[in-house]
Write a protein that binds this ligand. Structure first.
Ligand SMILES: Cc1cc2nc3c(=O)[nH]c(=O)nc-3n(C[C@H](O)[C@H](O)[C@H](O)COP(=O)(O)OP(=O)(O)OC[C@H]3O[C@@H](n4cnc5c(N)ncnc54)[C@H](O)[C@@H]3O)c2cc1C
Length: 383
């Protein structure tokens, strides 16, 4: 008899693991997670900055984070796994009239949706980060509940608790094809044989599109390299520094150990699977860092790393199925927000699969069809 499962999840990162846990909790039957690496959580999840924030400009992103941060606040107690959730806050800095106005509008929306963010002055921003250059700052926004977590621990927490409920995580197993009959997927082909199923979840992060092609759907998400560098300890010697984002340039930083983590997306870089750390890009980041925190001049750069974002045209996730492949579900395209949105995404995807519709949050706006139908969302707080 060929092997079968009620649900096959492709990808054992934070999304695949959290979806597996959510489905198992709802007793969705035999669930198998297929992961090509030797261990779970070795994809983008391993390279994340771990930032979690409610400060977005679109209602659905705010609500996804609001739900997820509640889960992370209880995670160690309920999942028996410490996730090192540091509520250091997130701070957005606006140095133009337009960005200041946009910040004020998004904080108003966040407040209406139950988030305790607030607009602060340049002087108050400096209270959060000693040595911050604020002469050009017109407004800043701060939310104390934002902060950062350890994505690897979250992923492992979900994996362990899902295993406890019988989910099978099959590592070193690459999905190479997907069987389709009529409009439905009927199973997956792997490096280690086939698994028949009536439900497939594509949680492959940057490989979402490749796996989609195997099922005959055109997934509107592309991989992009993102790099982070870490300074050695230096005179700023921060204790807890909020994850601070310069909205005009996209430069961001937070504390990491006794130094700072600094990053800036290279907007000119095309989509690729390249994960090489480009030290030639460091001077560009440092230029922005020196402007915002002049004492960075004293800092040595110790290390850095590169990973992949899975980016959609409107920087919002893709959650759900295409009508032409109704039992092939996408949980991806998180555009740099997969760690902070994993609990909400897992919850709603399991509701869509088991109940036909999500009830915890209305995620119809995140349907994958929105891109080809031109119903793009807008999010300004993207880094
Ligand atoms: C530098 C950087 C900083 C980031 N900072 C943040 C942040 O501060 N906050 C935040 O929320 N997010 C952040 N992100 C984004 C976040 O890391 C991702 O959104 C999240 O990890 C996506 O999780 P995932 O499970 O979808 O993908 P992944 O972790 O990539 O998991 C997908 C899995 O699929 C597997 N796979 C792929 N192809 C196959 C196949 N054919 N067969 C079987 N398995 C396969 C991969 O091996 C991988 O393990 C950052 C990302 C990077 C790169």
């Amino acid at each position: 008899m060929p092997e079968t499962a009620d649900v096959v999840i492709i990808g054992g990162g934070i999304i695949g693991a959290s979806v597996a846990w959510s489905l198992a909790r709802r007793q969705a039957g035999r669930i198998v997670v297929l992961e090509k690496e030797k261990y779970t959580g070795r994809g983008s999840t391993a390279y994340s900055a771990g930032g979690v924030r409610e400060q977005f400009s679109s209602a659905i992103n705010i609500l996804m984070s609001h739900y997820s941060l509640d889960v992370y606040a209880r995670f160690s107690r309920e999942m028996d796994q410490d996730i090192d959730y540091k509520q250091a806050g997130y701070m957005f800095l606006a140095s133009t009239k337009a960005t200041a106005q946009a910040l004020i509008q998004s904080v108003a929306l966040q407040n209406r949706l139950g988030v305790d963010s607030c607009i602060i002055t340049a002087a108050q921003a400096r209270e959060h980060v000693r040595d911050l250059f604020v002469d050009d700052i017109q407004a800043a926004a701060y939310n104390a509940r934002d902060g950062y977590v350890d994505p690897a621990s979250i992923c492992q927490g979900y994996v362990q608790r899902a295993r406890d409920m019988g989910v099978e995580f099959r590592t070193s197993t690459t999905v190479t094809g997907i069987n389709v009959q009529g409009d439905r997927v009927t199973g997956v082909i792997t490096s280690d044989g086939q698994v028949g199923t009536d439900t497939v979840v594509n949680a492959c992060g940057p490989y979402l599109r490749e796996i989609g092609e195997m099922a005959g759907v055109d997934v509107p998400a592309r991989p992009y390299r993102r790099m982070l560098f870490i300074t050695e300890e230096f005179s700023l010697s921060p204790n807890l520094v909020p994850l601070t984002i310069d909205m005009t340039t996209g430069f961001y930083f937070r504390d990491e150990g006794r130094g700072l983590m600094i990053g800036l997306a290279n907007a000119a870089e095309p989509s690729s699977f390249n994960t090489t750390l480009d030290w030639d890009y460091l001077p560009t980041i440092l230029e922005h860092a020196l402007h915002r925190i002049p004492t960075v001049e004293d800092a040595e750069i110790g290390k850095g790393w590169a990973g992949l974002y899975d980016i959609t045209p409107d920087h919002h996730a893709l959650l759900g199925a295409f009508p032409e492949r109704p039992n092939f579900y996408l949980a991806g395209g998180f555009s740099g927000h997969g760690v902070m949105h994993a609990p909400a995404a897992a919850c709603v995807i399991s509701e869509i699969i088991l109940d036909g519709v999500a009830s915890t949050l209305d995620v119809t706006s995140l349907a994958p069809t929105r891109v080809r139908e031109g119903r793009l969302l807008h999010e300004q707080n993207v880094i």
